[in-house]
Design a protein around this ligand. Structure first.
Ligand SMILES: Nc1ncnc2c1ncn2[C@@H]1O[C@H](COP(=O)(O)OP(=O)(O)O)[C@@H](O)[C@H]1O
Ligand SMILES: O=P(O)(O)O[C@H]1O[C@H](CO)[C@@H](O[C@H]2O[C@H](CO)[C@@H](O)[C@H](O)[C@H]2O)[C@H](O)[C@H]1O
Length: 472
């Protein structure tokens, strides 16, 4: 192993975006792409590293800078020192990388290839494609902190300079990333419910599993940054903690969700559900259940009951298929004054194969995701504020869930209550996904979906949270 790979192996296990928590990565370098640096003694490279220790093997995008001398103030972002004597830094935290990345998108540059090709694409009107106010060297670049699957850099300037957020996708997959295609199409159609698109990067790399020997996909996505706003998760947590009713906001969120679904149904193809669609969706439920059975011991006791819910859902008529958000929860929505709810992150669930995520799906998946999120607010509030009464939190979650569904039905005319069994199955499937997600990433949160699974099975109906073992 060369010295770069050696220092990355240890460092990657500590990164939030590394999917194989508790496992030592087995890294294989597929190639890299380089960008021109505006600073002497600093090289900018993005490595594509296959982790063969994962099942299935997972491809990661790892931007680094290689510096001949230390980055002032960058101590905690230093990954290591390699045989050439250069210091390797976590790219997004190095201003030289951040500037090069935005310049590539806005200027539609082609990267320096090393078995990987990468090209920038701007979504800005031609007259603004070389707008110096966007990639101006005086913009500050800050990496967004927190619980993200990807790494986002926020660029802020002074005066009338636009603020931009650029997301670097960490796990790469062959195929179009819906985060880019759906949000860009919605923004270009004039939807107020998504941020404006600035541009993106596409790439191509070796893939022996494909007949062409090459795979291609999106590497990064830049969009308008909405400063000083809160996401719905934070707004809802504050409301639940202080006992404030959230019904009006949840109702408006239901309306916004219906409007976005309607826009997506006009911008992308729709089709009636076919027997093949039913097989594909239910197979993915059983596959996720199999993963959960292997990774989350508590699920085993519920296996036959879970399968019964999935079977019941296959016996009822299915509504038509269309493009959806795919990983809808309160953390994916911003409350923007004067504009209402703005939806983000149309990437779909990061643990789901991309070839499933870029297909038409049932809107019920998004509804179920948001219903689960209201339950998460109640579960997390109980954990953070043990003094809050369980019955109050149950009522808070119940009211928010009902208002969200009512708002959706009012705006869409789609009576979700007619699809109750299917919606129950999607909610159960989402809770199973979450049990795996939390076990891998935030084990102390695993009880939230696990308790929900018990509740969904014991009641078979939602939205009616019940107390299990003194917790929500
Ligand atoms: N356009 C934006 N304006 C303001 N904040 C944003 C914007 N895009 C993302 N964010 C913030 O970044 C967080 C993570 O973004 P998201 O797209 O969900 O990333 P990930 O795919 O890594 O989960 C969001 O919850 C939100 O707080
Ligand atoms: O990283 P993403 O935003 O793409 O989504 C993943 O991480 C989410 C957690 O940050 C996870 O969502 C779960 O936790 C939320 C609270 O933090 C809660 O509101 C959601 O209902 C719950 O699913 C999401 O499932 C995962 O894909």
């Amino acid at each position: 192993m060369d010295s770069t790979m050696a220092c990355l192996t240890d460092w990657m296990t500590r990164q939030r975006w590394y999917g194989g928590k508790g496992r030592v990565p087995q890294l294989r370098r597929l190639g890299a792409w380089g960008l021109p640096s505006d600073t002497e003694g600093v090289r900018v490279r993005t490595l594509l590293l296959m982790d063969d220790a994962a099942r299935p093997a997972t491809l990661y995008q790892v931007p680094v800078t290689l510096r001949q001398s230390l980055l002032p103030g960058g101590g905690h972002r230093l990954i290591g020192r390699i045989d050439s004597g250069e210091y390797v830094y976590d790219g997004p935290h190095d201003p030289v990388y951040a500037r090069a990345l935005l310049r590539m998108i806005v200027g539609e540059q082609t990267a320096i290839p090393d078995a990987v090709n990468a090209v920038g694409h701007s979504s800005l009107p031609a007259a603004r494609a070389d707008n110096p106010r966007l990639d101006d060297a005086s913009m500050t670049a800050t990496v967004l902190s927190g619980e993200q699957s990807n790494t986002s850099i926020i660029y802020e300037g002074t005066g009338d300079r636009a603020s931009v957020i650029c997301k670097v996708f960490r796990q790469l997959h062959h195929g179009e990333n819906p985060d880019v295609t759906l949000q860009t199409a919605l923004a270009e159609s004039g939807s107020p419910h998504v941020p404006r698109s600035i541009g993106h990067i596409t790439g191509e790399w070796d893939d022996v599993g494909r007949s062409s020997g090459r795979a291609s996909g999106h590497l990064a996505f830049a969009q308008e940054f909405l400063p000083g706003v809160q996401d719905a998760w934070r707004v809802a947590l504050d409301a639940a903690a202080s006992g404030d009713d959230f019904s009006d906001q949840a109702h408006d969120l239901g309306v916004a969700t219906a409007v976005v679904h309607s826009s997506l149904s006009h911008l992308f193809p729709t089709r009636p559900s076919s027997p093949g669609d039913m097989v594909a969706v239910t197979m993915s439920w059983y596959q996720r259940l199999a993963i959960a059975l292997a990774e989350v011991p508590e699920i085993a006791a519920h296996r036959s009951e879970i399968e019964a819910v999935f079977e019941a859902a296959q016996a009822v008529p299915w509504p038509s298929m269309q493009r959806i958000h795919g990983d809808f929860h309160l953390g994916q929505v911003l409350q923007v004054p004067g504009r209402g709810w703005v939806l983000l992150d149309f990437e779909g669930e990061p643990m789901r194969p991309m070839n499933e995520r870029d297909q038409p799906d049932l809107v019920l998946r998004d509804i179920a995701g948001m219903l689960r999120s209201f339950d998460y607010v109640a579960g997390s509030t109980k954990a953070d504020h043990p003094e809050r009464r369980v019955s109050d939190l149950k009522a808070w979650s119940h009211d928010a869930r009902r208002a969200f569904v009512d708002g959706y039905i009012a705006a869409s005319g789609n009576d979700l209550r007619e699809h109750r069994q299917l919606l129950d199955a999607f909610e159960l499937d989402k809770a199973i996904y979450e049990a795996v997600y939390e076990t891998r990433n935030r084990p102390t949160w695993a009880p939230i979906p696990l308790i929900a699974i018990e509740r969904l099975l014991s009641r078979g109906r939602m939205p009616k949270p019940v107390e299990v073992g003194g917790r929500l």
